[in-house]
Design a binder for this molecule. Structure first.
Ligand SMILES: [Zn+2]
Length: 333
């Protein structure tokens, strides 16, 4: 393993209504892949690249919103990839997994992975941490094709569409991943609150908006020149210097208070208790039949590869009402 920090930087362009974020997942991303390989179930390289891009994109989108809950990026596919998931918590703890059935063609991109029959979808869910009664998670869904029905080949394009559709925000996104690094750059036009609006003179507003368009378009064009190789190999500082050396770019630091970014990291929220609840929902007969067949139940976490075992005594405990259990015999942690 090559030692590489996990980093997220936020930046603004002084005086311009444009902001940006750059993420680089190194050690955490290598950790994700190593766990999967250790569980004996490594993903094909094309799927690893997709999941890396999804992890980077999820971290960028989560840190770009003020929201106390999980951001879940899901790709539903009609090709060999049936489902790919990246989940990012408000503190930027992330995890990813995928369900792959059959052969993944070498070099496959979005269409060959997920959109063979044009039915692929990308869903972005914001799941609030403290739900009010009856409150449902917010979900936006976009197809994996462009305005002319052409199939999209890059996740970045799909997500740019989503941001424009759902948030009316012009966004430029560059994503890349290999087995060492998953990285992404996001440039976004900030919502207009120009003086023209306040003054209410349409001429001034138009001028204001034209100026704003020019600044965003220029910076988005510069961002688009970033290659996957540069994004994967250069430090965030170097990337920003090379792309925007003529622009008034300024990094936000911890002194900037609530705007300062967290550090992304891998973390799985699975637990023995949750696996126990899942077994309970299967029903006693189902679980007993596994015990009869295999002597115990083994459940592996799809996200981190951790294995949970339940022997006949554990299973008996699961299905015994809590009040009938002697003290201290609850599900073992
Ligand atoms: Zn897990």
């Amino acid at each position: 393993m090559t030692d590489m920090n996990d980093e997220l930087v936020k930046f603004i362009f002084d005086g311009l209504p444009v902001r940006g974020l750059l993420v680089r997942l190194g050690n955490s991303w290598q950790d994700v892949l190593a766990r999967r390989a250790l569980a004996g179930d490594a993903f094909p390289p094309e799927v690893r690249a997709l999941l890396g891009e999804m992890a980077a994109a999820g971290v960028l989108m989560q840190s770009n919103i003020k929201f106390n809950g999980a951001l879940v990026l899901q790709m539903y596919g009609d090709g060999p990839v049936k489902l790919a998931v990246a989940e990012v918590q408000p503190d930027l703890a992330f995890r990813v997994t995928a369900k792959v059935v059959g052969e993944v063609p070498a070099g496959a991109r979005l269409e060959a992975l997920l959109n063979v029959h044009g039915q692929g979808r990308c869903a972005i869910t914001l799941d609030p941490k403290d739900k009010l009664p009856g409150q449902a998670p917010y979900q936006g869904v976009v197809a994996l094709h462009g305005d002319q029905r052409e199939p999209l080949q890059a996740l970045a394009e799909v997500l740019e569409h989503y941001m424009l559709q759902s948030e009316q925000l012009d966004t430029k996104l560059i994503l890349a991943a290999n087995d060492q690094v998953a990285a992404g750059l996001l440039i976004q036009r900030m919502p207009v609150q120009g003086m023209g609006n306040v003054q209410g003179t349409s001429g001034a507003r138009n001028e204001d908006e034209i100026g704003i368009n020019e600044a965003y378009n220029r910076i988005a064009l510069l961002a688009a020149t970033l290659t996957a190789d540069e994004l994967l190999t250069l430090t965030p500082d170097t990337v920003l210097r090379r792309l925007f050396w003529e622009e008034p770019v300024r990094l936000l630091t911890p002194q900037d208070g609530p705007h300062a970014p967290h550090t992304p990291r891998f973390e799985c929220s699975c637990s023995r208790e949750r696996v126990g609840s899942m077994l309970k929902s299967l029903g006693r007969d189902e679980v007993d039949s596994i015990i009869t067949e295999q002597g115990r139940v083994e459940i592996g976490c799809d996200f981190c590869g951790k294995k949970y075992h339940f022997d006949p005594v554990d299973v008996g405990g699961l299905f015994t009402p809590v009040r009938d259990q002697p003290p201290g015999s609850a599900v073992r942690q």
